[in-house]
Structures are given as structure tokens and as C-alpha cells.
Design a protein around this ligand. Structure first.
Ligand SMILES: Cc1cc2nc3c(=O)[nH]c(=O)nc-3n(C[C@H](O)[C@H](O)[C@H](O)COP(=O)(O)OP(=O)(O)OC[C@H]3O[C@@H](n4cnc5c(N)ncnc54)[C@H](O)[C@@H]3O)c2cc1C
Length: 359
């Protein structure tokens, strides 16, 4: 049973919100997460179908330099496995010339994926936090600093918190939340000019009964200047039993229907890999631009990576009652899963140590 006034309400059950709740779970503070979507994970979304490799529609790769994420995975008993790269990439220099094989140099900083899919981390954190501490389908609309605490209003009801932590991307936050009193004007202006990491991207996956792309001198690693597929990788599962290709499509294709995009992808890949491309068992794609809980419709005008990690996002507002913790707030690795973990851990430290009187 939750008290009527909760110590910490976290807005958003993505990696940042869940990591924050996880880091506060033994702090003695009551914590509640309010999530707008009907699922957990935000920009982490792994699709699971029996007999198929887990398909990452959002965050996929991490490196050894992502130390906070690495530690969190370890603590949760989760393993990583190296991204299969191959010796050669298939490279399309332009649309007029056929694709060529390019020998890939050894990668000094290999990329890894999470065994079982990135969503296993989300599930593990949610399990540790307790599903009763997370409310789905609760889009927060308004936050008001009152004498009793922070009043937080969703479409369904109101909550009262000592501290509210926002994990939404800054651009979405200032465009969709009614914050009273508002954030300082310069912070509001900064936020509408802060790109949401990968918020405009389109990811696709194709599943296959066998990895035909692994023939001598080839691989699932594909780069193209011609498009619509701009890059692609082997996406087999960790035990290499189920096969898939996964890549990025030019964001300009967002306006096409799913079937038109699928055909554009297949046509291009068929030119590079031959007729086997058509022997797929499933095709799926995700246009993140259309995700209203990731970025606003005005976000397409932003310069990629602009203003991420700005120090203003690490300041406490409302005398410490209003904090921000999403990946775009991180001083290092802003935008990445690592940034989401670091942002959350910074706020967890702040909340644990905050002792200043509140007014
Ligand atoms: C296509 C794609 C590929 C990526 N690839 C990689 C990768 O390979 N490696 C990597 O490190 N990172 C990658 N990223 C970035 C990574 O996904 C993010 O850094 C990380 O997931 C961000 O977590 P977050 O919790 O900060 O934000 P989010 O995941 O955006 O979480 C914010 C949460 O707030 C919720 N929310 C929004 N509005 C409201 C509201 N009004 N009320 C309540 N809840 C609300 C959202 O639904 C969401 O769950 C990728 C992202 C995308 C989109």
C-alpha cells in the first residue's frame, strides 16, 4: 500500500526511470513510477516471437567503456555477447554501381549485445523494483509545486510527491508537460532545441531460416550511401540458433506505408545479396518518429545530437523538488543506454544525500 504522499515519483519507465527506482529500492524512500505507454522500456523494445531471434527495435549495442551499464548488467546477472561483424562488409558506394565487398579492419572497441535482448535488463529492474511500484498507461500531464509537495496529474488521477523526477527527453518534456511554475525560460528554450537521441530513426528486422549472408567473403554487415537501408548487421541470437538481419532505414521513408518500406528494403538488399533475401520468414520495422512518447512532431527540425548532456539538465529545480534524469541529461554518453544509467545514478545519489530544508 502506497502512502498518500510518496517520497519520489518518477515520470517514465525507461532505462533511466527503472534504474533510478532500482538504486533507491533500499533507501527507505517510497517510490512510484508513472509510465505513459502500456509497456516498460521506452526507447528499449525487444520483440519476442517463439522460434525467432529477439529483435531489437530500439537500443541494441554497448561497449566496454559503458562502465555503469556494464556494472548494472552484472549486478542483475545478465550476460553480453559480441556483435557478429564478419571479415567483410557489403558496401554500396552509390545507387548506380553494384555493391562491393570491403575488408573490415579489426575493431579495437567491439560492440556487444545483451543476451536474451535489451528488454531483459528492463524486466530484471522492474522485477527488483516491484511491478506494484510501476503504473502503466499513466501519461503525466501536469506538475505543480504546492505547499504540500509536488502535485502530479495524469488523465486518470493526481498524486502527491516530495520529489518528482522527469526522465522524458527534454524536448518532449517541455512541449508536453504543464510545469507550474515553469522551468526557467532559458532551460525551456534549450530543451526545445535538444535532439532526442535516435528519435527520428527507423529500424527494421528480417528473420530467416538460415544465415545465407555468411558465405565466404560476405557478411550481414552492410553500409550504403544509396539507401533506403543505410546500415545493417547480423542479428542472430546469442546462441546462434535463430537468424535475422537488422538495420536502419533512411528516416525520410517514415511517410511510406509499412509494406512500401518493406518492399523498398527488400529490393535494395536483393541487389546486394541476391534472391535469398526474399526467403524471409518475417519483416518488422519501427518508425520512432511516430512515437508520441519519445519525441514531439516538431522534433524533426532539430540538428542531430544538439545540446545533449547540457549542464542545465543536471540542476535541481523547485529547490530540489524537481529533477531530471533521462539519458539526455548525462554529462558523458548522453543519448546512450550508458547515459540513461549515469543520469539515474546521479539523481539517486542526490536524493539519498539531499538534506537541505525544502520550501
Ligand atoms: C532506434 C534506437 C536505437 C538505439 N540504439 C542504441 C544502442 O545501440 N546503444 C545505446 O546505448 N543506446 C541506443 N539507443 C538509445 C537508448 O535507447 C536510450 O539512451 C535509452 O533507452 C534512454 O532511456 P531513458 O529512460 O533516458 O529514456 P526513454 O527510454 O525515452 O524513457 C522515457 C520514458 O518516459 C515515458 N513518457 C513519455 N512521456 C511521458 C508522460 N507524459 N508521462 C509518463 N511517462 C512518459 C516514455 O514512454 C518512456 O518510457 C537507441 C535508441 C533508439 C530509439
Amino acid at each position: 500500500m502506497l502512502p498518500s504522499r510518496i517520497d519520489v515519483i518518477i515520470v517514465g519507465a525507461g532505462l533511466s526511470g527503472l534504474t533510478l527506482a532500482y538504486r533507491l529500492r533500499n533507501s527507505g524512500k517510497s517510490v512510484l513510477i508513472l509510465e505513459a505507454r502500456e509497456r516498460l522500456g521506452g526507447r528499449i523494445e525487444t520483440l519476442y516471437t517463439p522460434g525467432t531471434a529477439p529483435l531489437e527495435m530500439g537500443a541494441t549495442w554497448l561497449g566496454r567503456k559503458h562502465t555503469a551499464l556494464w556494472k548494472l548488467l552484472k549486478e542483475n546477472g545478465l550476460e553480453v555477447f559480441p556483435q557478429r561483424q564478419g571479415e567483410y562488409a557489403v558496401y554500396e558506394a552509390d545507387a548506380r554501381r553494384p555493391a562491393q565487398f570491403v575488408r573490415l579492419p579489426p575493431n579495437p572497441e567491439p560492440s556487444y549485445r545483451i543476451r536474451g535482448g535489451s528488454s531483459v535488463l528492463i524486466e530484471s529492474l522492474a522485477e527488483a523494483v516491484g511491478h506494484d511500484r510501476i503504473r502503466l498507461n499513466q501519461a503525466v500531464r501536469r506538475l505543480t509545486n504546492t505547499s504540500e509537495g509536488v502535485a502530479i496529474t495524469t488523465d486518470a488521477r493526481s498524486y502527491l510527491a516530495e520529489t518528482a523526477v522527469l526522465t522524458l527527453p527534454p524536448e518532449l518534456l517541455v512541449r508536453t508537460l504543464d510545469i507550474d511554475p515553469p522551468l526557467p525560460e532559458d532551460v525551456g528554450q534549450l530543451a526545445v532545441r535538444t535532439d532526442t537521441w535516435m528519435g527520428q530513426s527507423i529500424k527494421f528486422a528480417l528473420t530467416y531460416p538460415r544465415p545465407f549472408w555468411r558465405e565466404e567473403g560476405s557478411s550481414g554487415t552492410f553500409f550504403s550511401n544509396a539507401g533506403p537501408v543505410v546500415e545493417m548487421y547480423d542479428h542472430a541470437d546469442a546462441s546462434d540458433e535463430h537468424y535475422a538481419l537488422k538495420g536502419f532505414v533512411d528516416p525520410e521513408l517514415y511517410a511510406l506505408s509499412g509494406s512500401a518500406r518493406q518492399e523498398a528494403v527488400l529490393k535494395q538488399l536483393e541487389k546486394a545479396y541476391g534472391a535469398s533475401v526474399r526467403n524471409f520468414t518475417s519483416y518488422v520495422d519501427r518508425t520512432w518518429r511516430g512515437e508520441k512518447n519519445t519525441s514531439s512532431p516538431l522534433a524533426d527540425r532539430l540538428v542531430p545530437h544538439q545540446n545533449q548532456g547540457h549542464p542545465a539538465y543536471r540542476l535541481p529545480y523547485w529547490n530540489g523538488r524537481l529533477l531530471m534524469a533521462g539519458t539526455e541529461t548525462a554529462a558523458e554518453f548522453a543519448g546512450y543506454m550508458e547515459g540513461a544509467v549515469r543520469g539515474a545514478e546521479r539523481v539517486a545519489r542526490y536524493i539519498r544525500s539531499a538534506s537541505s530544508p525544502r520550501t
